[in-house]
Design a protein around this ligand. Sequence first.
Ligand SMILES: *Cc1c(COP(=O)(O)O)cnc(C)c1O
Length: 485
Amino acid sequence: MNHENSLTDTPLLYEQSVEGRQGVRLPNLDVDETPLPPNMTRETLRLPELDELTVVRHFTRLSEKNFSVDRQFYPLGSCTMKYNPKINEDAAGLAGFRRAHPLLDAGRNQGALGLLYKLQECLKAVTGFAAFSLQCAAGAQGELAGALMIRRYHRDRKDSGRTRMLVPDSAHGTNPATCTMAGFSAETVPSDSAGAVDLGALKAACAGEKRATLAGLMITNPGTLGLFEPHIEEIIRTVHDAGGLVYGDGANLNALMGIIKPADLGFDVMHVNLHKTFSTPHGGGGPGAGALGAGATLKDYLPGPVAVYDGASYDLAAPAASIGRLKPFNGNFSVLVRAYTYLRILGPEGVRRASEYAVLNANYLRHLVRDDFPSAFGADRRCMHEFVASPCLGNGVTAMDIAKRLIDYGFHPPTVYFPLIVKEAFMVEPTETESKETLEAFAAALKAIAAEARAEPELLKTAPHHTPVGRLDETAAARKPVLRA
Ligand SMILES: *Cc1c(COP(=O)(O)O)cnc(C)c1O
């Protein structure tokens, strides 16, 4: 354990300042000199004076205080923190992509437009959908776009009394939020005792008088409990029979790639989180991409423009009844380059193997820790790419205490307290890129922590102990951040 890893061993840049020290030498001025406002000159601004090496060391040291997939196991459930191969960065950094101006006319932008088109084609092949749009900057924006498409579809059919969107109670918080933003009322469907959608409740919400007001359903499969929804086809059929459409939250595609095509299950529209499943760095609110696929019913409503190809050249065009733009230009282009690189390197076989290993890793890890970390639902079933445990270690130790103690062991904590329907939820997603040795080391840490919980619970309740700052009041930390020690 690195006990020296404290913020206080890193002096502020100002504290390292030495009068007269210089890091850069600017070229001679080759334009007319314009005086700066008097309160913004070198003499009046308090600027640190530093050499380049000091600056490099300072920021490198700070960067090492963070958790990242490149340094540590990061089993943050639902977030698919897989390793992002460095070749993706090489491709995104190619000058032709990096410097491509989004306002270049199509004739001089064939490479970038060709990449967008080919990525759309790859995603169609993986999911089975008829068309893709790469506009959306995140999964949540894809959800909003998909919900707006469903709304437009009903309105175009003069069926605008359809205002209810069903959302399972295990859903990611963005699902009810985006349905509401799109003008629907989000209606919760309960889960049954096996953690699946309660079929009886779903059918009741689609039947009788309720039928005419049903807009659709937003659902993720596998569900947030890490279990494949056993009745998914019947669920989708029920909604379709009542005149509704089905939005698939595709954030959990990492369990299914190359094995099942969501379009074959009957989904009408679905986003794919390229920054999760297709390996582009994410977290901390960085750029993402929520590519949106649609089947025959909704494809003309996709956000646009999308890339098109006439057999000779690539261009951009809006789908026939597009809901319009959700983002300037073509989404987060460099994320799209990374996702395309990843897909082409894996190929169809590799994509399938990635999902198979993701599921294998989750099942192996779940098995290793099952005594202290029993699954909340479906312990007798195979889990998908993640599992949700409900640890009960006694002595008042909570899932949060375990998560904080894991940091002392050098692991990023799993997602805790989500999904909301699991008490003390502890949601672990190892991803396919982790080795058997890493999974076993993580399991050993969890076992050691379980032993500590029984013998020395205070150690957990006051964790973490080896970080620059200890246990934070998370609400206050978000609302009133203290950004310097
Ligand atoms: C991550 C996630 C989302 C939202 O995706 P963002 O890209 O973060 O907006 C939605 N649903 C599930 C199940 C997720 O894991």
